[in-house]
Write a protein of this length. Structure first.
Length: 397
């Protein structure tokens, strides 16, 4: 797929306009420059837990440690890759969350399946981020059952590779607001400066009209295993996840195509071994076919880590509904397979994961103190309109 223009002069004009303004006419290409290996941070929101009658839960502890825990337990990653809402162990303990006795739900993460506990029903209020006191909610969901995750050693260290693993798979030690909430709202991620500050998050009501330069229709897919043989007791609150259809990735003269999970909770972008093999990054056995450009330790909801090979590829291409092709030049990708079996018995391997290093400020060269080099976002605005099943992108000017 692609587009046609009327000769060399038209191509030159199109490329010039794209370079100057980050946009091109419908049917052309919008070219943006990718950043680093991993996003500086995933999008974050604050939240409040309430009883089913609407009364806020009281947090335990009022000492210095309690204040520190409040800063951690009142924030969450806004994660389109999560089918449910996940509470960390410290959050569940601080708010004395009651669990369904013996209940377990098997979730699939970056490194396979992991059984988690299930809470009794609560009310979840998602709030304006960075509020210092109180909760002026943007979204309220009642009768929500949460997943509880507290893998052994998940918060053992906050330096070096462990920090990157926590960032790359935040569900293991952080609260996660997933698709049960996101599907009820329009989420806007905006650059507040031209630098590397984290994206500002605004949550608009369902049906709100939020502008974006280009819209991409998403496929909403149910990956949940409600009938997994190891599930026990009541199920958590679950929802479908968004796929970006027909994403193309190029390396040299080779191209591969697939449907990629839109995953705001992932700070990295991932290719399946099949796509990586088709463009010459790995061999038939999944081993790197050429020296990796970088490597990162990636964790999962179970807390386990794997060191994954990373490569810079030439382009990622996404077709917008107006006929424009969004081209991300020289993006960094990891090679890894994420596989699940749906309730109808079919095995589903993700072709790719579109992570936040492509969509937000990012960095390269992970060190104990941060990244050796940082990059501004390629997009001024990213809009996730789950009720209308679409993704909006506005390239940086």
């Amino acid at each position: 797929m692609g587009y046609r223009v009327g000769g060399i002069a038209a191509v030159a004009v199109t490329v010039l306009l794209a370079a100057l303004s980050g946009q091109a006419r419908a049917g052309g290409e919008v070219v943006v420059r990718a950043g680093g290996e991993a996003a500086l941070a995933p999008p974050m929101v604050t939240f409040e837990l309430r009883r089913t009658n609407g009364r806020a839960l009281a947090a335990e502890g009022d000492d210095m440690l309690g204040d520190l825990l409040a800063a951690l337990t009142g924030a969450a990653v806004l994660d389109t890759g999560a089918s449910g809402t996940v509470l960390s162990g410290p959050t569940a303990a601080r708010y004395d969350i009651t669990l369904e006795r013996g209940a377990r739900y098997v979730e699939v993460g970056m490194n396979g399946e992991h059984a988690m506990a299930v809470s009794r029903p609560y009310t979840l209020a998602v709030c304006e981020p960075n509020q210092r006191s109180g909760c002026r909610e943007s979204l309220v969901l009642r009768s929500q059952r949460f997943l509880l995750n507290e893998p052994a050693g998940a918060v053992a260290s906050a330096s070096g590779g462990d920090l990157m693993a926590l960032l790359a798979s935040p569900g293991q030690a952080t609260n996660v607001i997933g698709m049960p909430a996101i599907r009820e709202a329009v989420v806007e991620l905006r650059s507040v400066t031209q630098g590397t500050a984290p994206l500002a998050v605004e949550i608009h009501p369902r049906g709100a009209r939020v502008s974006a330069d280009h819209w991409i229709t998403l496929d909403m897919v149910d990956f949940n295993r409600r009938r997994h043989p190891d599930n026990r007791g009541p199920l958590p609150s679950l929802a479908v996840n968004p796929l970006v259809p027909g994403v193309r990735v190029r390396a040299g003269a080779r191209e591969a195509r697939g449907d990629w999970l839109l995953d705001t909770g992932s700070v990295v972008t991932v290719l399946s071994s099949r796509l990586a093999r088709e463009i010459g990054l790995v061999d038939g056995a999944g081993r790197p076919a050429r020296p990796a450009d970088f490597g990162l330790p990636i964790g999962g909801i179970s807390g386990a880590q794997k060191n994954l090979p990373g490569f810079y590829v030439d382009r990622i291409e996404i077709d917008a509904d107006d006929g424009t092709t969004i081209v991300v030049e020289h993006p960094a990708v990891l090679v890894h397979d994420v596989t699940t079996t749906t309730d109808d018995g079919r095995e589903h391997r993700l072709d790719g994961i579109l992570g936040m290093n492509v969509l937000s400020p990012s960095g390269s060269g992970m060190m104990m103190t941060g990244f050796a080099k940082t990059y501004a976002s390629a997009f001024d605005r990213v809009v996730i309109d789950a009720p209308r099943s679409r993704l909006g992108l506005s390239p940086a000017r």
